[in-house]
Structure formats: structure tokens, C-alpha cells
Design a protein around this ligand. Structure first.
Ligand SMILES: [Zn+2]
Length: 348
């Protein structure tokens, strides 16, 4: 069931926003124990099906793996890299697409539209191709040829729009005949991304800090939700959530004058779920930190030398980690989780 954050109205059917314009959240409550809900016969996303609001008769054909968590000791801190870029379409977005696609199948929706030129579009296009769901992707005309080529290869109908990012957004929303599915609003997307927290708990137990690249907040709020549910099961304390943003696009901390050119995946100055993110930061005693292109550049090469081939947006968490290490933010032996969200090999 979906519930409006503003007026409290509830909905059974899939929709993006409430009639009043308010954002929707998925309501899930668990009466059983964590162990009895875990589907131990699987070692992939199906292990966590009972924690997801989806019907087993409508599961997507694409099965998501459990991504590895690699531990490295850096200056007395246990750094846990969660390799989200090893998902089928090369980013963590596949988790959100998985749950969304299951809901679309349940409702018999065969045609969708979204505005994104990056990871979300590539992820939905890949799932759409496997399911026979037509995916209309609205992108700015200046989007790189590489990305356009990948989207076309995956069978997406690419609509190139002249103008600003918001013009692209409205064109996708107004497009007739397709169900609009932006991950900025989509409540089911967060249900998918929360599963990373379940995996982390099973792989390494409790963690003390989580650094997340944060633009629209789809991973940030998903991880918050996942850890919150685990906390309700009595499994973990809440980790401190640290939202990592890019210079010039800060929405949760003071906006810098200089603008990052590298972190395109989180270049979202006014995310619709901003208030929800501020609440999560406050509740977990976390904070927001921003990084610039020079720091991101250095972090990319550090990550590559550790064997992690990630895109610039993903590298922001390592740049922020190093900044916080210098500030002595982390206690000795604390566990710091850094999700590495997107592959650099995707656009070739
Ligand atoms: Zn409402």
C-alpha cells in the first residue's frame, strides 16, 4: 500500500504522486522475525523477497546478484566497499528497477516513460528489453553519443529534447500513452535499494558509518529504510548516515559557488525528497559533506589502483572518506561502508 506524506491518503494501485501532489511512501510492516522471512534457499535477490512489496507471480526475468563487500583497512578504519557497480546494467539502480518492474507486471503496464540519461535509463531499458516493456527515455539533446548508442542498443525509444533539464523532465511527464516512472518520485524504487542494507548486514554485521553519493536520494533513502527495518527487527543499531554531494549541487548543506562537472549522477540541486533526507540525517546524527572535481579525480585514481573501476559519481564517497579521515571523524576500528554505485565500463 502507498501512503501520501502530505495528506495521508492511501492507494493500492501503483502511482507516482498523490492526487494532492504529495510524495508517496510504501507501507510495509513485518510481524515475523528476520530469520523466518529470509528465503535461505536463494543466494541472490530472491533471498529477500519477503521483505519486498512484490507478488511472486510477477517477478522480473532478470535476477539480481548479491553484490560483494570488500574490506580494506585504511589508517585504523575498516572500510567496506560494496560493489554495486557489478549489477547487470552496471549500477545500483537495478535494485530499484527490479521492484518497479515487478509492480508494472502486476498491473499489466507495457509502456513506460522516464527522464534520465544515465544509470536509471540504462537499467530500465535493460529490464524493459527482457520483459517486452517499451521504454521511452527522454534525454537532453547534448547527451553523449555513447549513452544514446547504449540506450538504442537496449531497444529504448530515445526522445532527444532541446532545452534545460527541467524541460526534458516535463516532456517525459506529459508524454501520452506511457506510464511515467521517474525514480525521483517512485516509491517502489526505494524498496529495491533498501535491500543493499540487508545484504550488508548478512555480510559484515553492524556498521558505524555509511557514506552515500546523494542527488535525488534514491540510494540514501533506500539504505536508510533498510537499516531502519533491520533496527526494528532488533538486528542493528542505526549507522550514522553521511550524504556526499557534489560542489555546486548541494541540497542538504551549504551550496558552493564552484560547480562539479564530474559528478553528473548527483547533479540535482532540488531533489523532491529533500525534507525526508534531512530528517534521516538528523535521526541518525549524520551530516552532509561536499566534494569538488579535484578531490573526485584523485579518488577515481585511488579506487582504480585498488581494482575498482567506477564512474566519477561513485568516487565521491572515497573523496569524502579521505576528507573525513583528515578531520579525525572516525573512531579507531570503526566500520565505514562505502557503496560503489556505478561502473565506468558502461558507456563504451
Ligand atoms: Zn496527498
Amino acid at each position: 500500500m502507498l501512503k501520501c506524506q502530505k495528506c495521508g491518503k492511501t492507494y493500492e494501485k501503483f502511482r507516482m504522486l498523490c492526487e494532492c501532489g504529495g510524495l508517496l511512501d510504501v507501507l510495509v510492516g513485518f510481524r515475523e522475525s528476520f530469520e523466518s522471512l529470509l528465503n535461505e534457499k536463494y543466494l541472490d535477490v530472491r533471498r529477500y523477497l519477503n521483505f519486498l512489496p512484490i507478488n511472486e507471480n510477477f517477478l522480473p526475468k532478470l535476477i539480481l546478484p548479491i553484490t560483494p563487500t570488500v574490506e580494506k583497512e585504511i589508517e585504523n578504519v575498516k572500510v567496506l566497499f560494496k560493489l554495486e557497480y557489478l549489477m547487470p546494467s552496471g549500477s545500483f539502480k537495478d535494485r530499484g528497477s527490479y521492484v518497479t518492474i515487478a509492480k508494472l507486471k502486476e498491473e499489466g503496464i507495457k509502456e513506460i516513460s522516464l527522464d534520465s540519461s544515465g544509470n536509471a535509463a540504462i537499467s530500465f531499458a535493460l529490464f524493459g528489453k527482457a520483459e517486452g516493456i517499451k521504454v521511452h527515455v527522454f534525454i537532453p539533446e547534448r547527451t553523449s553519443e555513447g549513452k544514446k548508442r547504449v540506450l538504442k542498443l537496449l531497444g529504448a525509444e530515445v526522445h532527444e529534447i532541446k532545452g534545460l533539464r527541467m524541460d526534458v523532465h516535463w516532456k517525459a511527464r506529459e508524454f501520452k500513452g506511457a506510464f511515467y516512472i521517474s525514480h525521483w518520485y517512485n516509491p517502489y524504487f526505494l524498496e529495491g535499494t533498501k535491500i543493499a542494507a540487508y545484504e550488508i548486514f548478512e555480510q559484515v554485521g553492524e556498521v558505524d558509518y555509511v557514506l552515500v553519493p546523494t542527488g535525488s536520494g534514491t540510494l540514501f533513502l533506500g539504505l536508510y529504510k533498510g537499516f531502519k527495518e533491520l533496527n526494528n527487527f532488533g538486528k542493528v543499531k542505526m549507522p550514522k548516515l553521511i550524504a556526499v554531494q557534489a560542489e555546486g549541487y548541494e541540497s542538504l548543506c551549504k551550496r558552493s559557488k564552484r560547480k562539479s562537472k564530474l559528478a553528473e549522477g548527483i547533479a540535482i540541486p532540488e531533489p523532491p525528497r529533500k525534507e525526508q533526507m534531512l530528517k534521516a540525517l538528523k535521526e541518525t546524527k549524520g551530516f552532509c559533506i561536499s566534494v569538488g572535481d579535484r578531490e573526485i579525480d584523485k579518488a577515481i585514481s585511488d579506487l582504480i589502483s585498488m581494482g575498482f573501476l567506477v564512474e566519477p559519481t561513485s568516487a565521491v564517497v572515497f573523496a569524502a572518506f579521505k576528507k573525513l579521515l583528515e578531520r579525525d571523524e572516525f573512531e579507531k576500528d570503526s566500520k565505514v561502508l562505502l557503496p560503489l554505485t556505478g561502473s565506468s565500463l558502461k558507456v563504451i
